[in-house]
Write a protein that binds this ligand. Structure first.
Ligand code: ADE
Length: 240
């Protein structure tokens, strides 16, 4: 999967994309067949402004606080990035608190795409006309990571990238597979069961006997029950 990110703050991504699973997913030396699961391409929207002082934002028409990202640099950046690899049309995503909520089901759909283009707005947002124009010409999906407002779309874009890339084939080994975790179909979309490791006693607290029994059918049944109980106690909305 090719992932393009258009942002005014590409430096925010270096730590997150350069560590742990997201780094491994894009490391060619770990995928000797030449097929890396993910490639990341960061573009600074500011590189596309025609303003002689490199400005990309202006005060809103009608007054009010904050600044609005102008149409021209955003539009030109999207066109230029898409032209870098014209044979793969990306699914374009604008990170916005006004978008559809990001769910595990949506993450699975995104993981099936060959290319994502993530547009991270800052300030008060983007000029509505570039949102309209992108929507009408090739499409624009707006996604929110929750009902709260971040100071920009960058952190939301990183959340989305992390959730998507860990589902790509070849990213997680069998050890940390995504098959048996919260929201997985294996747990009927419910929450994960509790986990324990050595030692068997810690500060007077033991481990449930069944997990030490070696009886795999009973362990499986216990985990399923724990998952169901947790889901109905903590997230009854997931059972609907
Ligand atoms: N930008 C600002 N807040 C956001 C949110 N909650 N989700 C996605 N993008 C955002």
């Amino acid at each position: 999967m090719r992932i393009d990110v258009l942002t005014l703050f590409p430096e925010m991504f270096t730590g997150v994309l350069g560590a742990s699973i997201l780094k491994r997913a894009a490391d060619p030396s770990l995928h000797p067949d030449g097929q890396v699961p993910a490639t990341y391409h960061l573009t600074n929207i500011r590189d596309y402004t025609h303003d002689k002082h490199d400005k990309v934002d202006k005060a809103p028409y009608g007054g009010g606080p904050g600044m609005v990202l102008q149409c021209q640099p955003v539009w030109d950046a999207v066109q230029a990035v898409e032209a870098q690899q014209p044979d793969i049309k990306p699914l374009r995503i604008l990170l916005s608190p006004q978008g559809e909520p990001l769910t595990h089901q949506r993450v699975e759909q995104l993981a099936a795409q060959p290319r994502l283009l993530l547009l991270a707005g800052h300030y008060e947002g983007l000029d509505e006309r570039v949102i309209e124009a992108l929507s009408e010409d090739g499409g624009l999906t707006q996604i929110s990571i929750g009902d709260y407002v971040l100071s920009g779309g960058e952190i939301a874009a990183m959340v989305l990238i992390d959730a998507v890339v860990r589902l790509l084939p070849g990213v997680l080994g069998d050890e940390d597979s995504a098959l048996h975790e919260s929201f997985s179909s294996d747990l009927q979309g419910g929450l994960d069961y509790p986990h324990y490791t050595r030692p068997a006693q810690w500060q007077g607290r033991g481990v449930p006997d069944v997990l030490l029994s070696g009886n795999h059918a009973q362990i499986e049944a216990w985990r399923r029950l724990q998952s169901q109980q947790r889901t109905s106690q903590r997230r009854p909305d997931l059972l609907k």
